[in-house]
Design a binder for this molecule. Sequence first.
Ligand code: SAM
Ligand code: SF4
Length: 336
Amino acid sequence: MNGQTGTGLIDGFGRVHRDLRISLTDKCSLRCTYCMPESGVPWLAKQSLLSPAEIERVVRVAAAEGIETVRLTGGEPLISPNLIEIVRRITAIEGKSGPIEVSMTTNGIRLPEFLPGLEEAGLTRLNISIDTLDPDRFRELTRRDRLIDVLAGIEAARRSALRPLKLNAVVMRGVNDDEVVDLVEFAIKHDAQMRFIEHMPLDIGHTWDRGEMVPREEILASLRQSFNLEPVPGRGGAPAELFSIDGGPATVGVIASVSAPFCANCDRLRLTADGQLRNCLFARDELDLLSALRNGASDQAVRDIFLAGVSGKRAGHGIDDPGFIQPDRGMNAIGG
Ligand code: SAM
Ligand code: SF4
């Protein structure tokens, strides 16, 4: 046992962890090139996926240690058969400062069908990924002809009460870097905030090339050709650096994980669909919560795994270190 229960998830650099990203599945309805290969993905075995009750137990222990927000992700969380039950179970958990807030990152496909149930279960917010508004590009980028379904998902989110609504795009050179202004205008029309993400080395195929990445500075320069951008203060631990657009109230975000890392303020931990605790997107080690849970671990033992994960967290992701090695798992299995 490492100290008293409830003393908090504070790492060796003083970072307090309040956010837990939970991947519900490694499977997906799309095959985005920066995330998954077209075929040959080694899927997680069904029996290794955490059950809703196991997820609830983990969150209950983590909440007692200071986790306040949970983001459901994947793979594609909307293809998890237990999604609504999981949202219901987690939102019923009391954290240190009230009920756990649950949000979800999704590609939006089939969202219209699930949104009423998700709202009723207590989901508070949505991030929807959309990299392009062009159907042909969408098909090339995701290897599926489903832009129309993603647009329907965004429209359903616009009509819902879930706010703020955020839209995410990974910017890629020669693929969609000429669409940043159109995407911002699209987001504003849908009462949403557009956020541009730098391409990170997290694809299963290991095809990332730093020279090809469109960095923050270039994204901002493209946006400034059409908009007046002013930095919004008070970022805290948020990955996105926000800018007001033409005096506001609309804002746009840039998530510059590679060119301007925000590791010093990171408050996030990650749980994979097969119950492995990760202290960073780029971690090479995982802690096996699944085995602990299935071998009858006490709450104290589960808590100690969280404390061990936090205490082993490195200062930064190390993408620029000469010895950087990309994680073995792809983004779909880590949970973005
Ligand atoms: N399927 C859902 C979706 O696409 O929103 C949730 C999972 S996805 C892995 C979460 C986020 O990670 C998405 O916004 C996606 O664009 C982003 N992502 C995936 N691979 C990435 C990469 N190599 N670099 C940067 N962002 C990436
Ligand atoms: Fe699926 Fe999301 Fe990965 Fe695209 S980024 S393949 S939508 S998990």
